[in-house]
Design a protein around this ligand. Structure first.
Ligand SMILES: [Zn+2]
Length: 123
């Protein structure tokens, strides 16, 4: 289950970022992962809960968003879904292209409470 090691990496990023932004508590972590990573959202959630226990990010809500794998045609530059068409362009039938999305894993944003001036904006 590679989600656990992903969750641990994620926690390192989150902890570092929280420190840099003077947060005393992390409430939400939004993560984006490419389709090819095959990340199981529930497993990542679980891994994050386990890893974050006792840290600044304990109890934070983890949001996971998956990006589809996309291929750009080597002939006409049309962009299409790898899952549907593979590397065969639906527009010009050219076979071959470059995958430019589908392998990412990154933190989109982090929300939390700061240590100064409270955090009672009415929203
Ligand atoms: Zn094409």
């Amino acid at each position: 289950m590679h989600e656990l090691s992903l969750a641990q990496n994620l926690l390192e990023i989150v902890t570092k970022s929280a420190e840099e932004n003077n947060l005393i508590k992390v409430t939400t972590v939004s993560v984006v992962g490419g389709e090819l990573g095959g990340i199981v959202s529930d497993a990542l959630q679980f891994g994050f809960e386990v890893s974050s226990a006792g840290t600044i990010a304990a109890g934070a809500t983890l949001l996971y968003k998956e990006l589809p794998a996309l291929v750009r045609c080597g002939s006409c530059n049309h962009e299409f879904l790898w899952k549907t068409y593979g590397y065969s362009c639906p527009q010009c039938s050219h076979l071959g292209g470059a995958m430019f999305q589908g392998n990412e894993f990154y933190v989109e944003y982090i929300e939390g409470d700061g240590e100064e001036e409270g955090n009672n904006d009415p929203d």
